[in-house]
Design a protein around this ligand. Structure first.
Ligand code: TYM
Length: 342
C-alpha cells in the first residue's frame, strides 16, 4: 500500500478550511492507503502560544480527527511530539537546508511581519524543515493538504532530492549502508474544490485560524445559532443569481463551493440549483447544510472526549506504530551522514 501522511496544528479552533482542505479528504484515503495522521503540536509553538492550553488543544484536535471519521482501525493517529524521531530527523535535515530556501517561504514572511520580525523565534524559520521531517520520516507517497502548504511541500521534495544526491547511492554503500535512495520524494494531494476555503468576510483572503475576527470562519464546533449568525452576516454582493468561477464574485464562488462540499452534490447540480436564487434563500439552505453536516461530528466529538482512557489508548498505539515505521529511515540517514552508530 502507498503511504499517506498529514497533520493539523492544534492552535486556535479547527475550522471549515482545515476540514474541507484536509481532514475530510483524509477520511476518503484511509481505505486504500496506509495512513498516518498526527497532531502537529511541535509546529504549534512556532509563534507565541499559551503553554497551559497546549495539552488540551492537542487532545481536542485528536478528538476532532476521530469525530470527522478518521478510523483508527485503518489509520494511525498520534501526537507529533510523542515520536521523537521527528525532531531528530529535523536536525539532520536542517544541516542540508539552505537558509535562503527558508527565507523565501511565503508563510514565514507573512507570519514574521505579523509577529514583529526580529523578535520571532528561530523555529518559525525552521518550521518547514520540521514539516519535511514529518513527511520524509515515513517514506510518504502522498501528502493531502490545502493549497497554502504547497510551497512547504515543494521544499520537502527539493530537500529529499538534494539529500538523496548528497548522501545516497554509492556513497551510502561505502559507509556500510544498503545504497539506493534515502528518501522517497512525496507528492502533494490537493483537491480541486476545498483546497482554498476563503474568509466569510473577505472572499479574497483565506479562512484562517489567525484572523482576529471569529466572524470570518466557521469552526467545526460552532453551534447552530453561531453558524446561522455568521452566515447571516457574511459578505455577499448584489448581482442577480448565484454563480461559480466569476472572478468578480469571490464570495459567491466560495459560498457555493462550501455548499457543494458539505452537501456532497456535484458542482453542476449546485450551479443549476442556485443560478436564479437570491442571497436570502441561499443563506438559509447553506446554514441548514452546514448544521446538518457538522452536528453529527459535534455529537461524536463530545462522546470521544468524554472517554479519556480510550483517547489515550488510541494515541499511545498510534505513536508506537509511527515510531516503529520511523526507525529504519532515521537509522539510514544517521548512517549515510557518517555518524558513529551505537
Ligand atoms: P495548518 O494547521 O495551518 O492547517 C491544517 C490543514 O488545513 C489546510 N488549510 C486549509 N485548506 C483549505 N482552505 C483553507 N482556508 C485552509 N486553511 C488551512 C492546510 O493546508 C493544512 O492541510 N504545517 C501544517 C501542518 C503540518 C503538516 C505536516 C501537514 C505539519 N507537518 C506534514 C502535512 C504534512 C500546518 O500548519 O497546517
Amino acid at each position: 500500500k502507498k503511504r499517506v501522511v498529514s497533520g493539523v496544528q492544534p492552535t486556535g479552533s479547527i475550522h471549515l478550511g482545515n476540514y474541507l482542505g484536509a481532514i475530510k479528504n483524509w477520511v476518503l484515503l484511509q481505505d486504500n492507503y496506509e495512513t498516518l495522521f498526527f497532531i502537529a503540536d511541535l509546529h504549534a509553538i512556532t509563534l507565541p502560544y499559551d503553554a497551559p492550553q497546549l495539552s488540551e488543544t492537542t487532545r481536542n484536535t485528536a478528538a476532532i480527527y476521530l469525530a470527522c471519521g478518521v478510523d483508527t482501525s485503518k489509520a494511525s493517529v498520534f501526537v507529533q511530539s510523542h515520536v521523537h524521531a521527528h525532531v531528530e530527523l529535523m536536525w539532520l535535515l536542517s544541516s542540508d537546508t539552505p537558509t535562503g530556501w527558508l527565507n523565501r517561504m511565503i508563510q514565514f514572511k507573512e507570519k514574521s511581519v505579523k509577529a514583529g520580525n526580529e523578535n520571532v523565534g528561530a523555529a518559525l524559520l525552521t518550521y518547514p524543515v520540521l514539516m519535511a521531517a514529518d513527511i520524509l520520516l515515513y517514506q510518504s507517497d502522498f501528502v493531502p493538504v490545502g493549497d497554502d502548504q504547497m510551497q512547504h511541500l515543494e521544499l520537502t521534495r527539493e530537500l529529499a532530492e538534494k539529500i538523496n544526491n548528497l548522501y545516497g547511492g554509492r556513497k551510502w554503500k561505502k559507509l556500510g549502508g544498503k545504497g539506493g535512495t534515502l528518501f522517497k520524494v512525496p507528492e502533494a494531494l490537493i483537491q480541486p474544490t476545498g483546497a482554498r476555503v476563503m474568509s466569510l468576510t473577505d472572499g479574497l483572503s483565506k479562512m484562517s485560524k489567525s484572523d482576529p475576527s471569529d466572524m470570518s470562519r466557521i469552526n467545526i464546533l460552532d453551534p447552530k445559532d453561531v453558524i446561522s449568525n455568521k452566515i447571516k452576516r457574511c459578505k455577499t454582493d448584489s448581482p442577480p443569481g448565484l454563480e461559480f468561477d466569476n472572478p468578480e464574485r469571490p464570495e459567491c464562488n466560495n459560498l457555493l463551493s462550501i455548499y457543494q462540499l458539505v452537501t456532497g452534490k456535484t458542482k453542476e447540480d449546485v450551479a443549476l440549483e442556485c443560478q436564479s436564487m437570491n442571497w436570502g434563500t441561499f443563506k438559509t439552505i447553506l446554514t441548514d447544510a452546514l448544521v446538518n453536516h457538522l452536528h453529527p461530528i459535534q455529537i461524536r466529538y463530545k462522546e470521544i472526549l468524554s472517554d479519556a482512557a480510550y483517547l489515550n489508548q488510541i494515541l499511545s498505539e498510534g505513536a508506537a506504530r509511527a515510531a516503529e515505521l520511523a526507525e529504519p529511515t532515521l537509522n539510514n540517514i544517521y548512517e549515510a551522514k557518517g555518524f558513529l552508530r551505537k
